[in-house]
Design a protein around this ligand. Sequence first.
Ligand SMILES: Nc1ncnc2c1ncn2[C@@H]1O[C@H](COP(=O)(O)OP(=O)(O)OP(=O)(O)O)[C@@H](O)[C@H]1O
Ligand SMILES: [Mg+2]
Length: 501
Amino acid sequence: MPAEILRVEGLRKEFPGVVALDGVDFSLKQGEVHVLLGENGAGKSTLVKILSGAYRPDAGVIQVDGKPAQIKGTTDAQRLGIATIYQEFNLVPQLSVAENLLLGRPPRRLGLVDVRRMRTQARELLERVGLRIDPQAKVGTLGIARMQMVEIAKALCLNARILIMDEPTAVLTTDEVERLFAIVRQLREQGVAVIFITHKLEEIPQVGDRVTVLRDGRSVGEVPATADQDELVRLMVGRPIDQQYPRRSQPPGEPLLKVRGLTRAGGFADVSFVVRAGEVVGLAGLIGAGRTEVARAVFGADRYDSGEVSVNGERLPPGDVHAAMEAGLGLVPEDRKGQGLVLGADVAENLGLVTLGRFTHAGFVDRAGRRKAAGDMAGQLGVRMSGLGQEVRTLSGGNQQKVVIGKWLLAEAGVLILDEPTRGIDVGAKVEIYQLINSLTASGHAVLIISSDLPEVIGMSDRILVMARGRLVGEVPAREATQDLVMALAVADVEDARVEK
Ligand SMILES: Nc1ncnc2c1ncn2[C@@H]1O[C@H](COP(=O)(O)OP(=O)(O)OP(=O)(O)O)[C@@H](O)[C@H]1O
Ligand SMILES: [Mg+2]
């Protein structure tokens, strides 16, 4: 029997208006991967933050190696051998990869930071996670997936005995997830205990040993990682979910979004497609295939060298987000923290950010109307909050994502581009979002959905466009699409992949 390395009993944590943890029991053995599962706002990250010393609990006991442990701050956690990969990145965007990796403990020579050794050490760490990037690159310039791999490398260099990973796979694609799992298995062999949080149920049997389910701040069950998905969902949500992808197709109408020959040197080339009224079109591909770049260029957030974009027959000036929004285009960005939310503002304000015009009459803002619309949307998406006045900063990760999506769903843009819309969203809330997407298309809107979750793209789209290395390499109607087919197109070399008719 492997020794119990960590035990938590009756852990409680209250925030103004919310009981985040209401008596959590949890135990972790040496060399096990213990999955923490629960709906958005169930208390997973709060538990993690207590164990890593970011929050103090209101009540409860924490034992490490059978002895009561006081974790008053991050140094206590480090001393106990606990390292954490947070759900929100803790990287400093202005610093280089090497500086971020060795933040706080850079190698020194004669009292000065030894820059050469720092780079070598950084390179070794990056190799461990299979990330080929320049250690001198600024972290802020990396995509979100690469940032996550840096975050993982950073935690690994602490040589922790307990490694906590809060949704490490949310922003990774299949390849990177595989690499991460290989690392996790290797750590487990070495006796490291891992707490692993994910909303992707299929990952649980691949990487986990045991699962603890949290619901409303309480531990409601502990099952082996081989438990079937229905059982996990029932424990988590309290009811079964019958239809995961409730897609209803209708005959497509007029083309609403037309993209022709969109090209940017070093980014993407000759990208052409249309999205018609009533359609959901999926955009699949590996990370780095250029999907987000194309979406941002179409929306006017980034420039392009040539090509054209039109919405509703009206040609958009390049690089002009305001014109795009005026024309009825919306974009839910993949990086919610950087681009989607005003963290210091409350839920109602964030939900109202793009609908302000609709609730302004003769120069007066109809606050009550706006608040009611925000409240209805928050209710529909099941945003877990103390009220519409809660600061978005203090919402759980998944609930923040719901607010970003809700804001754009409320805007009722004629053409909505969703970049990884359900990242970090629990299984129950996903279905609500799918239903809202369906009601948009049913009323004649067009939706382009970028997702690394293949079952989701296949389940929710009428057609799937596949990108690889900056080009469109294939188009598959949903009824013919399988994960294997889409993946095969996504990894095929641009040279021998032909755009199918
Ligand atoms: N600093 C804070 N101030 C106020 N409320 C907070 C704070 N941190 C967390 N909460 C609340 O505590 C509850 C639990 O949040 P937590 O982040 O632990 O959820 P989670 O299980 O990690 O969810 P997700 O899957 O969405 O990441 C939520 O209702 C959240 O709004
Ligand atoms: Mg969380």
